[in-house]
Design a protein around this ligand. Structure first.
Ligand code: SF4
Length: 235
C-alpha cells in the first residue's frame, strides 16, 4: 500500500479524539472566580415547574414578569385550570409564546391534579433520581431540562440541567461533542460530574456562560481556563 494510503487508513482506524478539559479542573478554576456556591431553595416544586415552562424561549426577566403577573391575576393553580385559556395567555403575555405556554400550563396542571388529586410535588424527592425524572418527563411538554431544573432547584436532587449557556460552554471545553444537542447532553454531563458537585457545576457553568464565555464573543483572555480550553482564542 502506498505511504499516503497507509497514513489515511491509520487515521480512519484511530479513535476520534475530542480535546477536553478535566471536569475537576473546570470546577476548581470556575470556583476560584465565582464560588463558593451554596444550594438555595427557590420555589416549591410546582411553582418551579410552571416558572420553568415560562422561561422557554425568553429571558429570565420576561419569564419572571409573566410568572408574577399570572400569580397576581390567578393566585391559585386551581384558578388557572378553571380560567379560559385566553385569560391565562393574557396574564403571561410578557413571557412570549403566550398562546402555546398557556395551553401547556393548563395541560400540566390538569394532569398533575388527575394523578395526585393535589398540586404538591415534594414527594418526588423521596423517589430515585431516574424515577422522579421519568414522572416529570411524562407530563405534557416537560423535557429533560425542565425536569432537571425542578429536581435540582426545588427538590435538592442531583440532576444537572443543561441550558443554552451550559450547552455552549461545555461544547467549547470539549466536555460534549459538537453534534450533541442540549437535551442529549443531560445524561452525558451527569455521567461526567459526581452527584455531590452537580448543583455547584450547574451554577458555575451558567455563570461562566453569562459573564465570560459569551455566545458571540467569548472573552478568553479573562477566562481562568484560557490556557487549557480547546476553543480558546488565546495564542
Ligand atoms: S477559553 Fe474562551 S471559549 Fe474556552 S471556556 Fe474560556 S471563554 Fe469559553
Amino acid at each position: 500500500m502506498p505511504a499516503r494510503a497507509n497514513k489515511l487508513a491509520r487515521k480512519r482506524k484511530s479513535p476520534m479524539r475530542v480535546p477536553t478539559v478535566a471536569i475537576a479542573l473546570v470546577q476548581e478554576r470556575l470556583n476560584s472566580i465565582y464560588g463558593p456556591i451554596e444550594w438555595r431553595p427557590r420555589m416549591v416544586a410546582l411553582d418551579e415547574l410552571i416558572f420553568t415552562v415560562l422561561t422557554q424561549h425568553t429571558s429570565d426577566l420576561n419569564a419572571e414578569r409573566a410568572y408574577d403577573s399570572l400569580r397576581r391575576v390567578m393566585p391559585t393553580w386551581g384558578e388557572v385550570i378553571e380560567a379560559d385559556t385566553e385569560k391565562v395567555a393574557d396574564a403571561i403575555r410578557q413571557g412570549g409564546l403566550a398562546n402555546q405556554k398557556s395551553i401547556r400550563i393548563q395541560q400540566i396542571l390538569v394532569e398533575i391534579l388527575k394523578r395526585l388529586g393535589h398540586f404538591e410535588l415534594e414527594f418526588l424527592a423521596d423517589l430515585e433520581l431516574e424515577e422522579a425524572r421519568a414522572w416529570l418527563k411524562s407530563l405534557p411538554g416537560v423535557g429533560p431540562k425542565t425536569a432537571a431544573v425542578v429536581m435540582a432547584f426545588s427538590l435538592k436532587m442531583p440532576a444537572f440541567p443543561v441550558d443554552t449557556h451550559i450547552h455552549r460552554v461545555s461544547m467549547r471545553l470539549g466536555l460534549i461533542g459538537k453534534k450533541i444537542t442540549a437535551d442529549q447532553a443531560h445524561p452525558i454531563m451527569e455521567e461526567l460530574i459526581p452527584e455531590a458537585h452537580r448543583y455547584d457545576m450547574h451554577v458555575l457553568l451558567i455563570t461562566h456562560g453569562r459573564q465570560i464565555c459569551k455566545a458571540r464573543i467569548p472573552q478568553c483572555a479573562r477566562c481562568p481556563l484560557g490556557r487549557e480550553c480547546p476553543a480558546s482564542t488565546i495564542d
